[in-house]
Write a protein that binds this ligand. Structure first.
Ligand SMILES: [Zn+2]
Length: 450
């Protein structure tokens, strides 16, 4: 992945500090006099780290807690009550589980979209610092405890006061934005339509412009979004967010399933990006985002795994395959969403969405050394005629062997160096069970669990 989309055989990358110093044939890069050590990538593909543009860190602990239901019931009956019962280190433990999974499947940068105060922002930010990942943490801003036309449906534990939310974004921004050698950024996480007044959306946009930061928000995820703004404001969702000024700052909209051609043009004109989450949209039966047409209209489309109860995993390699196959089946056209364009979605388009295209998203001299090595000597990946095809159609997250972020080795031979895997898994098992018990939600498998 570079500006010429070259796929180099027998290639090598020289890293100096946190940046890429040289890219070329191994013979040109190897034996660089100053090189301190060498990582053998024989039989592997070197890729830019994957960029997940829509993640809920606090939902890893809710994995498999709300299957086979649609979005609003999913939120009201399961996700909100569970997240509304988070206490102590639940948020931090969930974030560490999520990051462990992301690292082990090749994600190096993520955009977390809605952090409630009760998850413990500082604890999560400290974990991102320790895990060695690059992450944007968006603090939730909300004003109304509803979703779309359905008011007051939010669990009391999830309700936050708008003034406190706005104040907290600023204090988190001052404390954390640019920390961990610039790996941590802080954005506004605006609640979905029905969760904020137009005035509050305006204040979010103003705040983002004043701080020079970004905003992320779920938009047009389900048909209810559309019905709500049409009824309340006689507008389409994309027109509404434009009118309240959210498009005048850097903004990433998750999903965009129900946005129309008119709205794609508005988003494209204002350089807003969409985080496409195909697995989540399929599982919650929200619909299929027309991302092929959206991209043709000039909208930058990245890829996202969403969350533990909607996907139910944070594996961008699996997500690439879902993204590709879904568009082909929808349009009855095997030519659309080809492997190359989907790898772009997961790398350089993600970087553009986050405003980091000059720093990450490709393997080019001067960019940050965020790289992954994917092992190809495996039964499901041999023979290799076109590595790009294998990455999308045949590989899986567990084929990622090595992860380098900001020039530091975060995983080698599938051993994560920054987080203790056993401790993270034990803590999550324990915290997950206690959370369910405290919330009073019993997961009833349809088949007898003996
Ligand atoms: Zn989401």
């Amino acid at each position: 992945m570079d500006d010429r989309r070259r796929v180099m055989t027998d290639g090598g990358v020289l890293i100096e500090g946190s940046r890429i110093a040289k890219v070329g044939k191994l013979s040109e890069v190897k034996d660089w006099p100053e090189a301190e050590f060498e990582l053998d990538a024989d039989g592997m593909v070197i890729l830019p780290g994957l960029i997940d543009t829509h993640v809920h860190l606090a939902q890893a602990l809710l994995r498999g807690c709300a299957d086979d239901t649609s979005l609003i019931e999913w939120l009201q009956k399961f996700v909100w009550p569970l997240q509304g019962n988070f206490e102590g280190e639940d948020g931090k433990v969930s974030a560490e589980l999520c990051m462990l999974e992301m690292i082990k499947s090749g994600t190096t940068t993520f955009l977390e979209s809605l952090l409630h105060s009760r998850y413990g922002f500082d604890g999560i930010a400290e974990s991102v610092q320790r895990a060695g990942m690059r992450g944007i943490l968006s603090k939730t801003v909300m004003g109304l405890p509803g979703y779309g036309n359905q008011s007051s449906i939010m669990h009391p534990g999830m309700v936050e006061d708008p003034e406190t939310c706005l104040r907290e974004v600023e204090s988190h921004f001052k404390k954390w934005d640019g920390r961990a050698d610039g790996r941590i950024r802080v954005w506004y996480g605006a609640r979905s339509l029905g969760g904020c007044t137009p005035e509050l959306y305006r204040r979010i946009g103003e705040g983002a412009r004043r701080l020079g930061t970004g905003v992320t928000m779920h938009l047009g995820e389900v048909q209810e979004d559309l019905r709500y703004v049409q009824r309340e404001f006689r507008k389409l969702p994309g027109e509404f967010v434009d009118e309240v000024g959210l498009l005048d700052s850097r903004v990433v909209f998750a999903h965009g399933v129900w946005l129309t051609e008119k709205e794609w043009h508005i988003l494209a004109k204002k350089a807003a990006s969409v985080a496409h989450c195909p697995s989540s949209n399929m599982k919650l039966a929200s619909g299929i985002a027309p991302v092929v047409e959206m991209a043709r209209s000039g909208v930058n489309v990245g890829l996202g795994c969403d969350g533990g109860p909607s996907n139910n995993c944070y594996d961008m390699i699996r997500e690439m395959k879902a993204a590709s196959l879904l568009q082909k089946a929808r349009l009855l056209d095997p030519l659309v969403a080809d492997a190359e364009s989907v790898v772009e979605m997961a790398t350089i388009n993600g970087a553009k969405a986050l405003g980091m295209q000059n720093e990450i998203g490709s393997i080019e001299v001067g960019k940050k050394a965020d790289l992954i090595l994917v092992a190809m000597k495996k039964p499901h990946l041999i023979p290799v005629f076109n590595p790009v095809s294998h990455l999308v159609y045949a590989a899986e997250g567990s084929d990622v062997d090595t992860v380098i972020i900001d020039g530091k080795i975060v995983m080698r031979n599938r051993i994560v160096k920054t987080l203790d895997e056993h401790t993270v898994l034990d803590n999550a098992t324990d915290r997950g069970a206690r959370l369910l018990k405290r919330t009073g939600i019993a997961i009833q498998p349809k088949w007898n669990l003996l």
